[in-house]
Design a protein around this ligand. Structure first.
Ligand code: PMP
Length: 268
């Protein structure tokens, strides 16, 4: 989550992130003993009390240690909230040039094996391995296909492409439905783009005019090269740049239309 650097420090889409945390805990069958209002207030308090005006927030639910083994019934559940200043995920030049992305040899989890809609720590072994592999190939991010061979997402970000005046992004039971992507789809419509969610195949990526990733940490990350070939112009495309800056303005609190996406950390 992002606490913007505008005059009134605020968290971007705190309510949606907290809903997803609660839903994720339910999906992996972890009972939560705190309610949404308490979780939201606690996250704001962590930022406030640590004087963090621009930070990444990471609430996590974890089991107690009453018992070892895989049976969870005897275990208590706890919540921790981490918050820290986290600079740009990709450096300025990478964003301007567009990052290099490779096709991962790992497939995204299948929803028949694990609840893919949950943001659950265990699922991130797949993300870590795919990102390690990308780094070994000199890339900053990986694109994963799902077990059916359709485009899924990045290691920790959703993927979008632009062709003509349309933004396309995968609709799939196997991916995490990102809150940033949902916000970008709204902003894209404001910029006059149509938005289509559906099955994407690799050919769609190869024929894209522009490609970018979205996520809380990466925000909007333009892709310059995929699988050794330039995407479009090989740099950040004009529509991606417009979305990148529209998103920035919203998170900084400079767009009153979306002030309801920001929760002031003052708790007022
Ligand atoms: N997919 C995965 C696997 C992720 O880890 C993330 C980051 N949370 C996303 C997509 C993007 O989600 P969001 O925009 O809600 O951060």
């Amino acid at each position: 989550m992002y606490a913007g650097d505008h005059n009134t420090p605020a968290v971007f889409r705190l309510e949606e992130h907290t809903d997803r945390l609660i839903r994720s805990a339910e999906l992996v069958k972890m009972g939560l003993s705190v309610d949404k209002a308490t979780l939201m207030a606690a996250q704001c308090a962590v930022l406030r009390e640590n004087n963090l005006t621009e930070a990444y927030l990471r609430p996590m639910v974890f089991y107690g240690t009453e018992h070892l083994g895989l049976q969870t019934a005897p275990l208590s559940t706890h919540v921790m909230i981490g918050a820290w200043k986290w600079g740009a995920y990709f450096d300025e030049e990478a964003v301007h040039q567009g990052i290099k992305v490779c096709l991962s040899s790992y497939r995204r989890h299948d929803h028949r094996s694990v609840p893919c809609k949950a943001k659950a720590n265990g699922l991130y072994v797949n993300s870590v391995l795919s990102l390690q592999e990308a780094a070994e190939k000199g890339c900053q991010e990986a694109l994963l296909l799902d077990t059916e061979g359709n485009v899924a997402e990045g290691s920790s970000a959703n993927v979008c492409i632009i062709r003509g005046n349309t933004l396309y992004t995968p609709e799939s039971p196997h991916i995490l439905d990102g809150i940033t992507r949902e916000s970008i789809c709204v902003l894209a419509q404001d910029l006059g783009l149509s938005v289509e969610r559906g099955t994407l195949i690799l050919d769609d990526i190869y024929s894209a005019d522009e490609m970018f990733f979205t996520g809380t940490a990466v925000e909007v990350a333009p892709v310059g090269e995929f699988d050794g070939k330039p995407v479009g112009s090989g740099q950040c495309g004009p529509k991606t740049r417009a979305l990148w800056s529209a998103f920035r303005e919203v998170t900084k609190g400079n767009n009153p239309k979306y002030s309801h996406w920001l929760t002031p950390i003052s708790g007022e």
